[in-house]
Ligand binder design. Structure first.
Ligand code: 26V
Length: 822
């Protein structure tokens, strides 16, 4: 670092369109090896990405150096998922390069917009949890918090969804097939990750110690991704791990002369980071999934300890240097790994190690569904990670001793609080381990955090109330307002300046503009333009023709029964049935286009049936002339971040209709409100906070409250009573049962119908009447466009609270206590 050239990379390239052209052409020629005249669009996209990368590089190198050098406390965000979305636009915006790049490319006769379309989004997440992690690393960089995101570089992300005769068919998402211009492999920073084997005790100068004698190992190779802050000169790192076979492992087998076995072993190792599990909410207890979890957290912990701490660092000071934030239970195996390192490898006393560990971890819970809480069978965990199981047992023993000391021999309580469940199979309850080990436990919206304390983790709240806190989720305004909705962003900036991009509460200053008819007209124009833009996308992407002048009603999120896409289907079917039965003249139907977007977990049969039903209803409704084109249902396949960025800014109505007490937060709900859609929703998750902020008169509330749901369940819920008593509901369900949407074949949707009538776990029928009434209020409200637009503006103005910058500030204040930028 003393040679003068050592400083060269930390000088940013000159920012002018001409310099940009030179860099772009250089990259095209020397990175891609093609002349401009011979280049493909993909070549140009790569060259552009490399050019943008180069501009950010100086800042990145500087931040890497600073983070390593500074002795201040940093955040290691541990997440099995990052649903990043496309990178090019985000990095252009963050680097302040969008205009220069556009001008530079134009001078070469290239349209930036064309190149954008060539980026395959990295879909390394399932839904809300993964997208939240992506928003959080954006905000961490923008706020300049010393931090690093750790995760897995899945070779295949969330599957690509196609429909064949209306049914979901999954295709592999080979997002890396053309390579990724945004990643930097760092094979020299690889970690060796061990698995299997056994434990033993040994005599260490008179002290009996335990150690792990692993059976096999793999290499974890990190890939770094830039995470630029918004125009603040900061660039953080996302470090994703990829599995490869270790040489030692290969050699042993090669020496035995078994070539096929050696290749098999390689495949075995590389399987670990091969594919993202597309299950969302229902853990399957698959061994490979536990391997993935341990693989990435062990690599991350060792990476941090090896690379971020100075030589000879005093480990007892760890709590002043790091907090590991556990994004749900997926990374919780980090806790026993950390203890193993401190006790077995660093030879620390158990109590001292535990005191440190308890300060270095915090846990975020993202669910309320009991079946979504991860448990690992003890026999599986013990086979894969025998030493970790011993450590978990000891943590549990000491914890239960403390519980006994407090409550006496209350065996019921002990059984309920044990980290080890005995039934149906002996298993480790990962949420309990995280709660016992974490310095803090947070839910993701006020209601959710309250329900965690009252119900899911009630005994733990009683035992350590000081641990529990709330951090309401948020979304990054850079991606979901500025990039997704450039026209609205322009209008906002014209009205109040651009401070909102990093201080979203300033959207409040828009409130008076709701009363300004000129502003309302401009706002309405933006919405109309966004709809036209969406129509073009849907035409080009899927061949849909969408009518103008419709209320655009959108429900996009994972397909899950608790989210109740079924309720939306019943609303569509009931509108359709009203017209075809002759009870309602078509002319009285408010023209609506209903857009669905949803992937179902491949093994979730009921969810897939509901997808089939939506498509079936769509094809009947859309082609029935009696509707006079006033009701359209479209379901573009493969809803992803890229499509979200097009759909959300165009929406008039946001459907957030989960059964109260089931949706932990929701984050789509926030994105819609920020883009000026009105919400029809239940009192669930962050809907509660959205409604409080925007005001009752700007939100369509319906359905039971959480306490009402609990009461109804306790009394014994009988859905068929609602069917019997509500003629409209009966007609809609009967129409589905009749085979009207399945060419007369009554068997196709029979499982959906009988589930609704005799089980209906998520109380669709109980909330039906209230939902329909709320939709009637929507129709009435939409008829008065001035009033509707006024409400839409107020939704934008009053939802600045939902910036992920605010969420991160709350994490800092309530959990991390990390100092701001160094
Ligand atoms: C669970 C599992 C189980 C094993 C297989 C893979 C897998 C992947 C994800 C999950 C967790 C699902 C929990 C989740 O995504 N929760 C959502 O988190 C959002 C961000 O906090 C929140 O807005 C949503 O309400 C909540 O459903």
């Amino acid at each position: 670092a003393t040679h003068p050239l050592a400083l060269a990379p930390v000088t940013a390239p000159e920012s002018s369109a001409d310099a940009f052209v030179a860099d772009f052409l250089h990259s095209l020629n020397f990175d891609r090896g093609v002349a401009l005249s011979a280049s493909s669009a993909n070549d140009r996209y790569f060259a552009l990405a490399h050019t943008v990368r180069d501009y950010l590089m100086a800042r990145w190198l500087e931040d890497l150096r600073r983070q390593k050098q500074s002795q201040s406390k940093g955040v290691c965000y541990l997440s099995a998922e990052y649903l990043l979305g496309r990178q090019l636009d985000n990095n252009l915006l963050a680097g302040g390069l969008a205009d220069i790049a556009e001008e530079a490319l134009a001078s070469c006769g290239i349209s930036l917009d064309d190149l954008r379309q060539h980026e395959v989004e990295p879909g390394l997440g399932n839904g809300g949890l993964g997208r939240l992690a992506a928003c959080f690393i954006d905000s961490l960089a923008t706020l300049g918090v010393p931090s690093i995101g750790y995760g897995i570089r899945y070779e295949y992300g969330i599957f690509r969804q196609t429909f064949v005769e209306g049914q979901q068919v999954e295709q592999p998402d080979s997002w890396l097939s053309l390579g990724s211009p945004w990643e930097f492999a760092r094979p020299e920073d690889a970690q060796t990750i061990a698995f299997g084997g056994r434990t033993e005790t040994y005599d260490d100068e008179g002290v009996t110690r335990s150690r792990w004698v692993p059976g096999w190992n793999v290499q974890a190779v990190p890939y770094n991704y830039m995470v630029p802050g918004f125009q603040n000169g900061r660039v953080n790192t996302l470090r994703l791990w990829s599995a490869v076979a270790t040489n030692a492992f290969d050699l042993r087998i090669f020496n035995s002369g078994d070539y096929e076995e050696a290749v098999r072993a390689q495949t075995f190792a590389e399987n670990i980071s091969k594919v993202l599990y597309p299950e969302d909410s229902t853990p399957q207890g698959k061994e490979l999934r536990l391997q993935q979890q341990y693989f990435f957290v062990a690599a991350s912990i060792h990476d941090f300890l090896d690379n971020m701490l100075a030589e000879g660092f005093d480990l007892s000071a760890l709590p002043d240097r790091v907090i590991f934030q556990l994004n749900d239970t997926h990374p919780v195996i980090a806790v026993p790994e950390f203890m193993r390192v401190l006790v077995d490898e660093k030879k620390m006393e158990w109590d001292a190690a535990w005191a440190i560990t308890r300060q270095c971890f915090a846990y975020t819970c993202h669910t309320l569904l009991p079946e979504a809480l991860e448990v690992w069978p003890v026999d599986l965990l013990g086979r894969l990670l025998p030493r970790h199981l011993e450590i978990i047992y000891r943590i549990n023993e000491e914890f239960l001793d403390a519980v006994r000391a407090r409550y006496g021999d209350d065996e019921m309580r002990i059984r309920n609080m044990s980290i080890i469940a005995e039934h149906p199979v002996r298993s480790v309850r990962m949420a309990y381990l995280a709660t016992v080990a974490g310095a803090r436990v947070n839910g993701v919206a006020e209601l959710h955090s309250q329900l965690l304390r009252d119900k899911v983790l009630g005994d733990f709240d009683d035992f350590f109330p000081e641990k529990f806190t709330n951090v309401t989720n948020g979304v990054t305004p850079r991606r979901f307002l500025r990039l997704a909705n450039p026209e609205l962003s322009g209008l906002i900036t014209e009205a109040i300046g651009d401070g909102w991009l990093t201080d979203l509460e300033r959207l409040r200053e828009l409130e008076p503009f709701a009363e300004d008819s000129g502003f309302r007209a401009a706002f309405g124009e933006v919405k109309a333009a966004n709809k036209r833009r969406l129509h073009e996308v849907l035409r080009a992407r899927d061949g849909f023709e969408v009518s103008d002048g419709h209320l655009l009603d959108v429900m996009v999120k994972r397909l899950h029964e608790y989210k109740r896409q079924m309720l939306k289907v019943l609303h569509v079917v009931s509108t359709y049935e009203g017209v075809v039965s002759g009870r309602v003249p078509a002319a009285e139907v408010q023209p609506r286009t209903v857009i669905f977007g949803a992937k179902a977990a491949p093994g979730y049969t009921m969810a897939k049936r509901i997808i089939h039903l939506i498509n079936a209803v769509g094809s009947v409704v859309n082609s029935d002339p009696r509707l006079d084109g006033r009701l359209t249902v479209i379901f573009p396949p493969n809803y992803d971040v890229t499509l979200a960025e097009r759909v959300i800014p165009a929406a008039d109505l946001s459907e957030q209709i989960s059964l109260a007490g089931k949706e932990a937060s929701g984050t789509g709900n926030m994105k819609f409100a920020l883009n000026g859609a009105l919400t029809i929703g239940t009192d669930d998750g962050a809907n509660v906070e959205i409604r409080e902020l925007v005001g009752d008169e700007n939100f369509f509330l319906f359905g039971m409250s959480e306490p009402e749901v609990s009461e109804s369940a306790a009394r014994g819920y009988r859905p068929s009573e609602f069917y019997q008593e509500d003629a409209g509901l009966r007609a809609a369900i009967d129409l589905i049962a009749s085979g009207a949407f399945s060419r007369g074949d009554r068997s196709v949707f029979e499982p959906i119908v009988s589930n609704l009538l005799y089980e209906d776990r998520f109380m669709v029928l109980a909330d039906y009447a209230s939902y329909i009434a709320a939709q009637e209020r929507v129709d009435d409200a939409y008829a008065d466009q001035e009033a509707w637009t006024r409400s839409a503006i107020l939704n934008v103005a009053r939802t600045g609270f939902f910036s992920s910058d605010r969420s991160i500030r709350d994490y800092i204040d309530r959990i991390w206590h990390t100092p701001p930028l160094a």
